[in-house]
Each structure stands twice: as structure tokens, then as C-alpha cells.
Write a protein that binds this ligand. Structure first.
Ligand code: CO
Length: 507
């Protein structure tokens, strides 16, 4: 692993060859074979900042193969939670599979019993799969703290509640009756820093069809009321909605409806997973859907609909208001990336799939016009602003990027981007390291936006195991590397929860 914080301007030099070995990248696709409880881990180099006090939670697929059958796409793997607890310079590691109904049944059977949304079939061919429309809630996408619960999220169904310390699964949660059984609940809540008083978790659920309905929910996120539903509204829009993420400002919830169609026939017939039946409409544009927040200046008004730029979006970085305009930063792909029924995800050709690029859309609500500018030419994913700037203008963002300045590759580096000047600072794990989503943690009492640390799980291809890397958020200088006694496959999302933290048993 290299320590190479650097300032890099956009380069016109010829693009160098990819700096990684595919076998190193693919070696992260494996089953997690053990569950650890509060295992002490020490820094292999550097020192863990003593001020870092709290827990980093990560979620992602931890089971990718059963009885010789591999998932068709890693997104079909069962959710496994990793927790790294920081206390006065000490670090303790725990990990647990979420005990979903499907995981328990398949553990017992020793084989896959459910189809996966991203194309994993049950053994036995199309006949065994046709018309089996049961959803396996795999709880693998995100993990957040709400009140005394840890919630493992999967957007097509209910969250699973876990104990925040032991990670034991308490079970499916309907959030004190807020949700109906099986109701969709996004895996991308936004924690806003207090736009209308105390901190809130703003999130949504989508009922997709020829018309799609978005349920927008706001929960208290701090104090004794944490977890209480504060705001709840529903709005319907024309067209099929594929909404993985959204963004918020003090007055708006911002959605980008991708120009995509859903043809369920191959799914019904057992030939494809449901997500493989999504197909982008060539040349068509999506729409921005802006729903007024209940405590904002436009509460009670109709949603605003504006034309979106071409391209496909999974994730947004942030949104904010500038006079009559709403500014939304999103990661755009030229097209919806999917893995066809005959492709092996471990052999995906990065040069042939679209890369994610960060773009800024300025939505002028007075005129209805939208203008878009590219913020960086570097392939990126998993971007965030400091927690205190969610929904507000932010100077800096942190994200996972490719090692090369242009071209599509696996994510091997972490970048701090100055959104005002375009200056980039990059820390790289290449050639043998592969990064996941970086989490920016502010230093307690910090006044500067970039004062804090960046925490990231890195797949170390040389060790075939995972490292926790701690960087200084301002300079991207490496502060510590912890070699974990655990091999965690390429993961999805996670969050930081500051101390204090108590479990049921400790309360
Ligand atoms: Co996501």
C-alpha cells in the first residue's frame, strides 16, 4: 500500500495502463467464514487518534456461494454487519450476519432456497424459478442507528433491527407501527443536522408501477424522542420509478427518476432476476421530482417536476438551496449498468461498462431550467459531505475513486474534492488495495469543515483480508492502518455513530 497524498489537477497526458491485478480484486468475492465478538485490533502502522470515540458500522454481502452455486451478482449476497468500536485509541472488532428469515433457512438447508433480485436463480433452472416471486429480504445495503436500534436496511422491504453493541438480530422492525409488513423502506436515509430544530433522519419508500408513489418520512434522530415519526406524506408521479437514493435540503426532498422501463416477463418466467428486467430508454431523459418537506417554506404545495440530464444515477452526494435554485450533486453513469444472465460478475470488463462521474445540476425553480456541469473527470462512487453540511452548501466532499485519473477501473483510491476550486487530494491503496465507501468523521469540537478523519475498509489483495485505514480528512495523510483478522467482501454502505453507546444488556 502506498502513502501518496497528492494534489492532482486534470491531466491531458495519455491514460496509463490499469494499475491493478484482476485476481486481487476478485479475491474479495468470498464467503465470510467467522463471526468475531469484540476482538481487540491494533494498528500495524501509525496510531489510532485517541479523540476518535464511537463505532463505525459497515454492511455488505457476506455470503456469496452455497453448495457450489455462486450468486449471480454480489448485491444478492446476505447482509453481514461489521462494527469497529473506537475508545481512547483502542479498537474492537465485531461482525455478525443479519439473521434474516432467508439466511436462517438457507443456512439450515445448506443451499440457496430463494431467487435473488439481481439474477441469482435457485438451483434447478427456469422451471424451478418461474412464478416464485417470494422476496428474500437480505438486509445487505446499509446500516444506521435510530434510537436504541441499529437498522440493517434493504430497500425493497422492512428493516431488520439489531442490538447496536452485540449485533444480535432482534428481528424485522416496523418502526413502532410506522410501516406495514413488507413495505418498501429505502436503504438511503439522510441524517440532516437540524434544519428544523433537532437532528432528523429523513427517508422514503417507493411503490413502483405505471404510476409510482413515494412515501416521505422524517424521524427524530436524537434525544429521548429518537425514532419517533415527525412527518409523513405520500405523492404519486407518472411512470415507473427506480429510486435507490435521494437528497434533501431544508425545504425539499429531491429525487431523480431515471429514464428506465421495467418488463417483468423474464422475471415471472424464471429467466432473469427482477433488477435484470430494468432497461434504460435510449435517448430518454429522467426527471427531478422535488417534494416539499413538511416543515419547510413550501409545505403543502404540489411537488415540482423538472427535466433531468441524460444518464443514470444510483447515488447523490448532496443537495442545497441557492436562492431560487436547488443544486444537486450526483454520480452519473452513461447507462444503467447491469450484469446479463450469461455474464460472470467476477469477469466484468471495466472498460466496457460506464463509469460514475460527479456532476452538478442546478435546478432553477423560477424558470424550470436545469443546467449541469461536471465536477470531476475521475471515476467515483460512494461520496459524502461532512455530516453537518447535509442539505447545505459544502466546501468539501470525500469519495472512492479509481487510481487512474480517467477511465473506468475498480475503486482503489480515496479522494477529497474541493467543490469550490476543484482541487483534489488523493490517497491510494493501489496496486493491491481496493477501497470501499469512505466515512468522514468530524473531530469533536471541530470548526473547520474538513477537520476530522476518513475511515475506510480496504481489501488488501496481498493479505487476502481487510484493513481499516484511517486518514486525516484535511490532508488525506495516512494516520493508521489496522490489519483486521477478517476477510470482508467488497461492501456497500455504512455509518459512524459517536459515543456514548449502550446495548440492552448494558442499559
Ligand atoms: Co446505495
Amino acid at each position: 500500500m502506498t502513502v501518496a497524498p497528492s494534489s492532482a489537477a486534470a491531466s491531458t497526458a495519455p491514460t496509463p495502463a490499469s494499475p491493478y491485478d484482476r485476481a486481487d480484486w476478485a479475491s474479495a468475492f468470498r464467503n465470510v467464514s467467522l463471526e468475531l465478538s469484540d476482538e481487540a485490533v491494533v494498528a500495524a502502522c501509525g496510531t489510532v487518534p485517541a479523540e476518535l470515540s464511537g463505532t463505525l458500522y459497515r454492511n455488505g454481502p457476506g455470503r456469496l456461494e452455497r453448495d457450489g452455486h455462486w450468486v449471480h451478482h454480489p448485491f444478492d449476497g446476505d447482509g453481514m454487519i461489521t462494527a469497529l468500536r473506537f475508545d481512547a485509541g483502542g479498537v474492537h472488532l465485531s461482525n455478525r450476519f443479519v439473521r434474516t428469515e432467508g439466511w436462517q433457512a438457507e443456512e439450515q438447508a445448506g443451499r440457496f432456497l430463494y431467487r435473488g433480485v439481481f439474477g441469482t436463480p435457485k438451483p434447478g433452472g427456469p422451471l424451478a424459478n418461474a412464478f416464485d416471486l417470494r422476496l428474500k429480504n437480505i438486509a445487505n445495503t446499509h446500516v444506521v442507528r435510530l434510537g436504541d436500534q441499529l437498522l440493517a436496511l434493504w430497500e425493497a422491504s422492512s428493516p431488520h433491527a439489531l442490538d447496536p453493541v452485540s449485533l444480535e438480530t432482534r428481528g424485522l422492525s416496523l418502526l413502532d407501527g410506522v410501516l406495514k409488513p413488507g413495505e418498501a423502506f429505502s436503504a438511503h436515509p439522510r441524517f440532516e443536522p437540524g434544519h428544523h430544530g433537532d437532528r432528523r433522519m429523513v427517508t422514503f419508500g417507493v411503490k413502483a408501477g405505471p404510476r409510482s408513489t413515494i412515501r416521505l418520512m422524517e424521524f427524530a434522530a436524537s434525544g429521548p424522542d429518537a425514532g419517533r415519526l415527525i412527518a409523513d406524506s405520500q405523492h404519486s408521479f407518472g411512470g415507473f420509478a427506480f429510486l435507490h437514493d435521494f437528497a434533501i435540503t431544508p425545504n425539499w426532498a429531491v429525487f431523480l427518476q431515471n429514464a428506465i422501463d421495467f418488463n417483468p416477463l423474464p422475471y415471472l418466467l424464471g429467466r432473469k432476476g427482477a433488477a435484470q428486467c430494468l432497461k434504460s430508454r435510449p435517448g430518454a431523459r429522467g426527471q427531478f421530482w422535488l417534494i416539499p418537506r413538511q416543515d419547510g417554506a413550501f409545505a403543502g404545495q404540489e411537488p415540482r417536476i423538472l427535466e433531468a440530464p441524460e444518464g443514470f444515477v444510483f447515488h447523490h452526494l448532496n443537495a442545497w438551496e441557492d436562492g431560487d435554485a436547488v443544486v444537486v450533486d450526483s454520480i452519473f453513469y452513461a447507462d444503467f449498468p447491469s450484469i446479463g444472465p450469461d455474464q460472470d460478475f467476477r469477469e466484468v470488463d471495466f472498460d466496457r461498462i460506464p463509469e460514475g462521474l460527479l456532476e452538478r445540476s442546478r435546478l432553477d425553480l423560477a424558470s424550470g431550467s436545469v443546467t449541469t456541469t461536471r465536477l470531476s473527470e475521475r471515476t467515483c462512487e460512494f461520496a459524502m459531505v461532512p455530516p453537518a453540511r447535509v442539505g447545505l452548501e459544502s466546501r468539501y466532499a470525500w469519495m472512492a475513486v479509481a487510481e487512474r485519473e480517467r477511465g473506468n477501473d475498480p475503486l482503489q483510491a480515496l479522494m477529497k474534492l474541493d467543490l469550490a476550486s476543484g482541487e483534489q487530494r488523493v490517497w491510494s491503496a493501489a496496486p493491491r488495495g481496493f477501497v470501499s465507501e469512505p466515512v468522514m468523521v468530524p473531530r469533536p469540537g471541530a470548526t473547520a469543515e474538513d477537520d476530522g478523519w476518513v475511515l475506510c475498509l480496504v481489501w488488501n489483495g496481498a493479505r487476502c483480508a481487510s484493513d481499516l485505514v484511517i486518514l486525516e480528512a484535511g490532508t488525506m495523510a495516512e494516520q493508521a492502518v489496522l490489519e483486521l483478522p477478517l476477510a470482508i467482501p467488497h461492501g456497500l454502505h455504512g455509518s459512524w455513530v459517536g459515543a456514548p453507546l449502550q446495548s440492552d444488556s448494558a442499559a
